[in-house]
Write a protein that binds this ligand. Structure first.
Ligand SMILES: *[C@@H]1O[C@H](CO)[C@@H](O)[C@H](O)[C@H]1NC(C)=O
Ligand SMILES: *[C@@H]1O[C@H](CO)[C@@H](O)[C@H](O)[C@H]1NC(C)=O
Ligand SMILES: *[C@@H]1O[C@H](CO)[C@@H](O)[C@H](O)[C@H]1NC(C)=O
Ligand SMILES: *[C@@H]1O[C@H](CO)[C@@H](O)[C@H](O)[C@H]1NC(C)=O
Ligand SMILES: *[C@@H]1O[C@H](CO)[C@@H](O)[C@H](O)[C@H]1NC(C)=O
Ligand SMILES: *[C@@H]1O[C@H](CO)[C@@H](O)[C@H](O)[C@H]1NC(C)=O
Ligand SMILES: *[C@@H]1O[C@H](CO)[C@@H](O)[C@H](O)[C@H]1NC(C)=O
Length: 437
């Protein structure tokens, strides 16, 4: 993507830029809200038994060979009429989609509880009947059969925070309509997992690395922190770099974890912090840290002998209204916004600008060095979907036995499944097909 395509974004957000100076003083306050603990990004409450049952048992035995693909399907794939490369898939609007999602809570067995909004009692369902419609091109719906065929003998990794986990769940649900995956690896926390689609020899991994750099955190399962995060700005997280050579496709992102209070290290020595209360430590701020780590992440990628196909995803917005995640904020809208009805938040704008700038530099280096980097810029389309979050339905029947006005923790960051995040698969597939055509 060239510079010109970014400019289009400036329209909806331009007034924010003007306000930036004025709002800067307020930032200190905003950061405090994000500091110490940050529940929505903490490990979702994973019921180990439920996961094991869903993922490891009762699956069909391995099939030796890929299933037959009919000539029709191959023709469709090979003869794919791609639109002009200049069309930006990430600019457009949400339009009604009477067909709805390609899976439901009854045809996908692996939806994790905090995202299973319908099972948890969410009553409205209008949020399921929209699809993303790029302004200058058409975006076909995700086709699991074609996708699996395209990915035969390949491996795809999702590297990042809990939004990556959310995305991988969405992809597994979509693909399960054609073939069930078998979980072939998980660590003790279920944050790092790998699945195999046996008859396609296709591996999907999710790699937990919310900072992408080496970090020590002191949080319990509820996101309650008992110490400052220690973040090593000059050391990438080996959990992903060590596996990197195994992947053919990678979708990677940093983002919101950088807003947490942290001590920053370089060369094993404290060089500064974000939001620490120590007069002797320089407040470097999250922007410094995020840019530094994103830069070395992309340097690692462009400098590696191994050349997977890389998607760098932009940060995802949240939609807490009338409060933050920990101060009564909620998200109970039932319709998407139209362009112009919402502006990107100040902090998200800062994160995204760092992403765009670092991406641009890396893309140039990558193109000279045989590394394919694509910006997976889901920020704007996600911003338009305040209706797609679990809200109070991150819990099973949250109001059961409670007063209707009871205060209940909302999740206005992750996405219901099925839900708007399914469209990310449409986009991923379209980008991959464009390349192969
Ligand atoms: C591509 O599609 C066109 C029209 O659908 C068809 O006429 C043509 O034969 C196809 N080409 C190949 C190589 O399948
Ligand atoms: C699916 O959602 C419906 C409500 O729409 C609910 O009654 C049902 O229990 C859910 N099923 C599963 C398996 O989650
Ligand atoms: C890192 O620290 C070691 C000693 O702890 C020192 O010898 C080395 O010069 C330092 N490197 C840099 C780049 O500052
Ligand atoms: C800051 O540094 C001074 C001088 O080295 C020291 O006396 C003081 O205790 C330090 N303060 C904190 C909070 O560590
Ligand atoms: C990292 O930062 C340097 C210095 O600002 C810049 O020249 C480079 O393009 C950036 N990106 C990569 C991938 O090295
Ligand atoms: C290009 O990639 C090679 C490895 O394939 C690496 O040795 C070299 O440093 C890279 N160049 C840049 C500018 O990153
Ligand atoms: C959302 O919740 C607020 C506060 O409880 C309420 O005033 C409003 O009517 C709700 N909106 C919808 C669409 O349910």
């Amino acid at each position: 993507m060239k510079q010109s395509s970014y400019n289009v974004y400036k329209n909806p957000f331009s007034s924010v830029l003007l306000k930036l100076g004025v709002c800067f003083l307020l930032l200190g306050l905003a950061y405090r809200l994000f500091s110490s603990s940050y529940l929505p990004f903490s490990p979702s409450v994973v019921n180990d038994n439920e996961l094991r049952l869903n993922a490891d048992e009762n699956f069909p035995p391995y099939a030796a060979e890929p299933p037959d693909i009919t000539d029709d399907q191959l023709v469709n794939l090979d003869n794919y009429t791609s639109q002009s490369e200049s069309c930006n898939l990430f600019i457009g609007d949400w339009i009604p989609d009477p067909n709805g999602p390609i899976y439901t809570n009854t045809t996908c067995y692996t939806i994790e509880s905090p995202q299973n909004c319908m099972k948890n009692g969410r009553q409205d369902s209008d949020y399921l009947y929209w699809r993303w419609n790029p302004r200058d091109c058409s975006l076909p719906k995700f086709d699991p059969k074609k996708f699996l065929h395209m990915m035969r003998h390949k491996s795809l990794a999702f590297i990042g925070d809990s939004i990556m986990r959310n995305h991988v769940q969405s992809l597994l649900c979509a693909l399960s309509q054609v073939e069930q995956s078998v979980q072939v690896y998980h660590d003790s926390t279920y944050k790092n997992r790998r699945w195999l689609f046996p008859s396609h020899h296709f591996h999907v991994s999710v790699v937990w690395s919310p900072f992408l750099a080496k970090a020590t955190t002191f949080e319990d399962d509820n996101g309650v922190s008992s110490g400052l995060i220690q973040l090593h700005l000059d050391e990438l997280d080996s959990v992903w770099t060590q596996q990197y050579d195994n992947f053919d496709y990678v979708i990677i992102a940093g983002g919101k974890w950088y807003l947490k209070s942290a001590l920053y290290y370089e060369n094993k020595t404290v060089i500064g912090c974000h939001n620490c209360h120590d007069q002797n430590v320089t407040q470097l701020g999250f922007k410094y840290a995020y840019r530094r780590v994103l830069n070395s992440t992309l340097k690692f990628i462009t400098g590696s002998d191994h050349k997977p196909y890389i998607f760098l995803r932009t940060t995802t917005p949240d939609h807490f209204e009338n409060g933050e995640w920990n101060s009564g904020g909620y998200c109970n809208r039932t319709r998407p916004f139209k362009e112009g009805e919402i502006e990107i938040g100040l902090v998200d704008e800062i994160l995204r600008n760092i992403e765009l700038e670092e991406f641009e530099g890396a893309e140039t280096i990558g193109s000279e060095n045989g590394t394919v980097l694509k910006l997976f810029d889901t920020m704007f389309l996600s911003l338009l979907r305040p209706d797609g979050h679990p809200g109070v339905y991150r819990e099973f029947h949250p109001y059961a036995g409670k007063d209707k006005n009871a205060k209940i923790q909302n999740d206005c960051l992750h996405w219901c499944l099925p839900g708007p995040i399914d469209s990310w698969n449409d986009l991923m597939m379209e980008i991959l097909l464009r390349r192969s055509s």
